[in-house]
Design a binder for this molecule. Structure first.
Ligand SMILES: Cc1cc2nc3c(=O)[nH]c(=O)nc-3n(C[C@H](O)[C@H](O)[C@H](O)COP(=O)(O)O)c2cc1C
Length: 468
């Protein structure tokens, strides 16, 4: 799979994509169809007749585990946890991207430069009634380059359409684009950026993943695909662009310039603040795009939507990967529920091997790149419990958990989107580490009740005689 068109073809062949040919308004109607469809775990949607536009919009690409598996090249009956394991294995052998000739790069088929740039030429949706406007970048990612080391980062940070040649940014503090922007500020230079809409969907998943600093998501994408991602030079920015992208925005972000941006209905089910906020923006200098470009959007809002499923994979898989890299023995499985957008709550199943082992896993989880950012609650359970089996997790929390063995960490890196904190003080979060295992060091462990196997057989034989 090298681009969005391959994904559409695969999904269509498997009956996992629906083309909508009836006219649909980009203003709320499209997003509402997508949201209701996603609540029903419906197919990916290709809107072919968006009011006032000739080119299509795709939504709901990542809504089901089946489609996430297709993107990752994994068996379609995989569970989310299987995908975490596959992610860790596939990511082991990074392959750097390779430049191709411009003539072989479909993303260069059309070009708008300078004053001709007009982002309203694309069918950008408005998602919710109180949103500050149309959101250009939802299922997109922004490419930036570290001025010191040359490290190229791909990160998904929302972008509001603010003017025909301006899109907003929301680089949350400490995100890789934010770290780089501050370096350009010191150099007194605007930061070159490119925003990519529509591409090999693995690039978007990686843009939304907690890939550590100094690792390029391009190299990891190459590992997933088993071959180098094809890239091409930008027209006005010296950044590597996916050759098969649908729409490429090139421009600059000046750390000292701001426009009013937002609000936006976030994945928490709430608006992040109370109104608009001054934010940095991309001053767009050039747009290149394929013929009949497919505009890709993802819905957010109350769980579970397409973006919750995206994050349940991208955050959960990176937590599993980073825990495995710590080489802690006994890890069985991790589950980051989509209901928590895969990032606020993690459940880990493990085989205990020594006293304090469960505590080690709990503190390790919040020390990973993923966990150090906003993960609020971690639960460990013994290996007889699958972490995705929520009734069994509730059982462990009822009969094995002891509040006096839990730990509250008072201060950790938070997200400004967490609605459980007051809007003005969302920099720092607490964390709760819940040990729902039977302590390894106990000499006298609770004796589990088992049925007598012979009696079970006998009762089963008599089942219909007993009138069941
Ligand atoms: C649909 C979607 C929208 C997102 N929007 C933002 C955003 O506006 N700002 C932000 O900092 N992170 C946002 N994220 C989360 C980041 O993509 C994620 O934290 C990622 O790790 C950032 O890349 P980085 O680690 O290279 O900085 C979003 C994720 C998704 C799936």
């Amino acid at each position: 799979m090298k681009d969005m068109r391959d994904f559409v073809a695969v999904c269509e062949e498997k009956g996992l994509l629906k083309r909508i040919t009836a006219e649909v308004d980009w203003n709320l109607e499209l997003s509402h169809i997508a949201k209701l469809n996603e609540e029903a775990q419906g197919p990916a949607l290709l809107f072919e007749n968006v009011k006032g536009y000739k080119s299509p919009v795709i939504t709901s690409a990542c809504t089901t585990v089946e489609r996430l598996a297709i993107i990752m090249g994994m068996p379609e009956d995989s569970t989310l946890t299987d995908l975490y394991v596959g992610w860790e294995e596939k990511a082991k052998k990074p392959i750097p991207p390779t430049y191709v000739d411009k003539a072989k790069a479909p993303c260069k088929q059309n070009i708008m430069m300078g004053d001709d740039v007009d982002l309203y030429k694309f069918p950008v949706p408005q998602y919710y009634p109180l949103d500050g406007g149309r959101f250009y970048g939802t299922a997109h990612f922004i490419i930036t380059k570290d001025p010191d080391s040359g490290w190229v980062n791909l990160g998904t940070y929302r972008s509001q359409l603010l003017a025909k040649d301006k899109i907003g940014t929301q680089f949350i503090k400490g995100k890789h684009a934010d770290i780089m922007l501050k370096k350009y500020q010191k150099l007194k230079q605007p930061m070159p950026v490119a925003s990519i809409v529509g591409c090999d969907p693995i690039l978007f998943l990686l843009g939304a993943a907690r890939v550590g600093a100094f690792t390029s998501e391009y190299d990891v994408a190459g590992a997933f695909r088993g071959q180098a991602i094809e890239i091409v030079k930008g027209e006005v920015v010296d950044l590597p662009i996916p050759a098969h992208a649908e729409i490429v925005v090139e421009g600059f972000v000046d750390a000292e310039k701001f426009m009013e941006e937002g609000p936006f209905g976030e994945y928490t089910g709430y608006y992040s603040g109370v109104g608009t906020d001054p934010r940095n923006f991309i001053d767009v200098k050039c747009v290149t795009y394929r013929d009949n470009p497919i505009f890709w959007g993802t819905t957010v809002g109350r769980a579970v939507t397409d973006s919750h499923m995206t994050m349940a994979l991208s955050y959960g898989a990176t937590l599993w990967q980073q825990l495995k890299e710590m080489r802690i023995p006994g890890l069985k499985a991790v589950y980051c529920p989509p209901e928590g957008a895969g990032r606020f709550l993690a459940i880990i199943s493990m085989t205990q091997m020594y006293p304090g082992h469960a505590d080690q896993v709990l503190t390790a989880a919040i020390s990973t790149e993923m966990g150090a950012y906003g993960l609020k609650t971690v639960i460990v359970v013994d290996d007889d419990i699958d972490p995705w089996d929520i009734p069994r997790v509730m059982y462990a929390l009822s009969f094995r958990f002891q509040p006096n063995r839990s730990q509250v960490i008072k201060r950790g890196r938070s997200t400004p989107l967490d609605p459980s904190l007051p809007i003005e003080t969302r920099d720092i979060t607490g964390r709760l580490l819940m040990d729902a295992t039977i302590p390894y060091e106990w000499k006298n462990k609770p004796i589990p009740i088992e049925l007598d196997p012979d009696m079970v057989e006998r009762v089963k034989e008599r089942w219909s005689e007993l009138g069941f």
